[in-house]
Design a protein around this ligand. Structure first.
Ligand code: PMP
Length: 413
């Protein structure tokens, strides 16, 4: 089957209860899993793809002349093409395999950033960023004597676009923004952000960690310069992520790490580097992980991102309505454009206690600052409870969550 054929969605109606059966951990344990924003569960086809890679198709890639290595290389490079199609990149060489979103952002900061940001220059982020999209820029700014600027959000957790625009100036070299906030669910207007940033000559890095499993992402349409994502959030294995970069930018950038696979020639006096994307892929990559990642993208494509998005939108509305009935529950993050992340606090109960009681009821949610301490500070809370939804969640899962929260209410009366 060609990659294009593989990306044609299934025609039948979307049935989350049936989808759930594709995930052994959910099927076998009955666990109600509401923590997909931290990491999503894996369908059987992903687990099989990893096992098949190691049991049938495994050898190191890009080096061997023997048939097995050639096949392993072809399989690995096919996933690069699947990824290209999945995110709408113009060319497969614009896809760089890394470990995760964090590494993708660090790669841009350490290469493009070090090369292009100088004393007095500015990097603009937003108040709702994950630590992965704050700290690498802080480190760059400290090293270069540059300034980190932060665009504010309002009390619904929506970006204040006019304030963002006011912070753009000729010194702004990089704008780095989450597509979707992991702590609030806010969907940022990344196309408009990109347009505004480009008008001021800045390049745009989008942290797509939360968008990729929920939203159809089209980097060509967004016109962003870089897009970072993690395989494990989109039902693939841990250890594989992607940095998308426009070819002309990637070509202009120095290497990230030195080592095997990223060179053209090595002499003690001087080495020369490989073309993109290999220039940024030093060392042996996660070959089995990439096989699993490819299967995950195929899986999502077959279900159809439009169906997934519709399902999650309906489920979010259903959950938001029901949670409003729970006494003392305060939703944190009510932006008009919102994805399936529900952060909340429950009056008089510490979020960790809520999480432990829900766990007792067979419901997994995350509690804490969600690697977004500035967001917690904005809302004046140390932590929240976060229920995050994915394609395998059902209305019954939400009903169970609300019932369990009523139990918490009873216990803390
Ligand atoms: N950005 C956002 C918005 C995230 O939600 C996460 C993961 N929680 C990351 C970045 C970091 O992803 P990873 O840990 O896979 O590098």
């Amino acid at each position: 089957m060609s990659s294009a054929e593989k990306l044609i969605p299934r025609d039948e109606g979307f049935d989350p209860a049936r989808v759930k059966l594709d995930f052994p951990i959910l099927k076998n344990t009955g666990l109600i899993f509401l923590d997909s924003a931290a990491s999503a569960q894996k369908p059987q086809c992903v687990i099989d793809a990893i096992a098949n890679c190691y049991s049938r198709d495994y050898a190191n890639i890009h080096r061997g002349v023997y048939e097995l290595s050639a096949r392993a290389t072809a399989n690995f490079e096919a996933v690069r093409e699947t990824t290209q199609l999945f995110i709408g990149a113009a060319e497969a060489r614009e896809i760089v395999f890394v470990r995760n979103t964090t590494e993708a952002i660090n790669l841009v900061a350490a290469t493009y950033g070090r090369q292009n940001v100088g004393r007095g220059d500015e990097v603009l982020i937003t108040e709702m960023e994950h630590h992965s999209n704050i700290v690498p820029w802080q480190m760059l700014c400290e090293e270069k004597g540059a300034v980190l600027k932060v665009a504010p959000m309002d009390d619904r957790g929506a970006l204040m676009l006019d304030e963002f625009e006011k912070l753009l100036c000729t010194r702004t070299k990089i704008v780095a923004v989450a597509h979707i906030s992991n702590a609030l669910g806010t969907v940022n207007p990344v196309k408009e952000i990109t347009r505004l940033a480009h008008a001021h000559g800045a390049v745009v890095v989008i942290d797509g960690a939360q968008a990729i499993p929920h939203h159809r992402v089209d980097v060509a349409n967004l016109d962003c310069d870089f897009y970072a994502l993690s395989g494990h959030k989109v039902f693939g294995p841990t250890g594989v992520g992607v940095l998308y970069g426009k070819a002309a930018l990637l070509e202009s950038m120095p290497p990230y790490q030195g080592g095997g696979s990223m060179i053209e020639t090595v002499r003690f006096e001087k080495s020369t580097y490989a073309d993109i994307p290999q220039r940024f892929e030093a060392g042996t990559p996660d070959i089995g992980g990439v096989a699993g990642f490819g299967a995950a993208l195929d899986y999502v494509s077959e279900l159809g991102l439009d169906s997934i998005e519709r399902h999650e939108r309906e489920l979010l509305a259903y959950a938001t309505d029901l949670l409003a009935e729970v006494p003392g529950l305060r939703l944190i993050g009510t932006a008009p454009q919102k994805a399936a992340v529900i952060s909340f606090s429950l009056e008089g109960v510490h979020p960790h206690d809520v999480g432990s009681i829900l766990d007792h009821e067979g419901i997994a949610v995350r509690t804490g600052h969600h690697c977004a301490q500035p967001v917690m500070e904005h809302f004046g809370v140390p932590a929240t409870v976060r229920a995050s939804l994915a394609l395998y969640n059902t209305r019954e899962d939400i009903d169970a969550l609300v019932r369990a929260l009523q139990t918490v209410r009873e216990l803390f009366k």
